[in-house]
Design a protein around this ligand. Structure first.
Ligand code: SF4
Length: 238
């Protein structure tokens, strides 16, 4: 029990320090050489071939080609890249955000700006990362202009892509970050402040909603709630 409390305390202190890290150094000083996301190759799909049947890989690549050429909504007009997502097959957790931002649109990878680096730290605190046991994506695959909220009709036409990803990737748990992805998958119009703190299900998958990392970067008072949500999903994983 004492060891468990010490681990909790260590992870909590690490999380508490995340925003301070960001404001002091943009996280750069704490990152190891070669572990900088900006140095990694774009849009990688890490595949454990001992766990994945080849047809699943082929179907996912086919899906990403379809997304790449998609013109089903007006968001395709201004995009530089589609951002289908990245991570591993059979992830323990699939993180689902709202839509790509400016940095993501530039290089075609999800959560690579400051909010993405912050998200990676959250995940690290519960022993999860996008290169070994996690997949990170968004409800919407193209950047809305000026990062506006996606319109309901845009969500409606893009959501089937996420549903097909879920079928192929087969995550065990979902972590939705932010209001839009949480409302969409939970099927509620409540704000994220009301939705978070509980467990829901999306197509039989346990789902924990929490704040978006960019919201926490803007408002440090949300850190404690995020830590509670991370502890909740960690407890489910156990
Ligand atoms: S946002 Fe989704 S539906 Fe709209 S163009 Fe991009 S991929 Fe297609």
């Amino acid at each position: 029990m004492a060891d468990g409390r010490n681990t909790d305390l260590t992870q909590f202190l690490e999380l508490v320090q995340l925003v301070e890290d960001f404001y002091k150094s943009g996280f750069k000083s704490t990152r190891q050489a070669g572990n900088n996301i900006a140095e990694l190759p774009p849009a990688e799909l890490k595949v454990d071939r001992t766990l994945v049947r080849p047809e699943r890989t082929a179907k996912l690549e086919e899906l990403y080609q379809e997304i790449k050429t998609c013109t089903k909504c007006d968001l395709h007009f201004n995009r530089l890249h589609t951002v289908p997502g990245e991570g591993v097959f059979n992830p323990l957790i699939m993180v689902i955000g709202e839509a790509p931002g400016q940095q993501e649109d530039k290089i075609g990878r999800p959560f690579v700006g400051k909010a993405g680096i912050y998200l990676d730290k959250w995940l690290k605190a519960i022993n999860v990362d996008r290169y070994t046991n996690c997949y990170i994506g968004n409800v919407i695959k193209c950047r809305p202009p000026e990062n506006r909220d996606p319109h309901p009709e845009e969500i409606a036409v893009c959501l089937p892509y996420l549903e097909r990803q879920l079928e192929l990737l087969k995550p065990k748990f979902l972590l939705t970050v932010g209001r839009i992805s949480s409302q969409t998958l939970i099927g509620s119009t409540k704000g994220i402040g009301s939705l978070r703190g509980g467990t829901y299900f999306y197509k039989h998958l346990p789902l924990v909603p929490t704040f978006h990392p960019s919201a926490v970067l803007r408002n440090q008072s949300l850190r404690g709630a995020v830590w509670e949500d991370l502890k909740l999903i960690r407890a489910l994983m156990k």
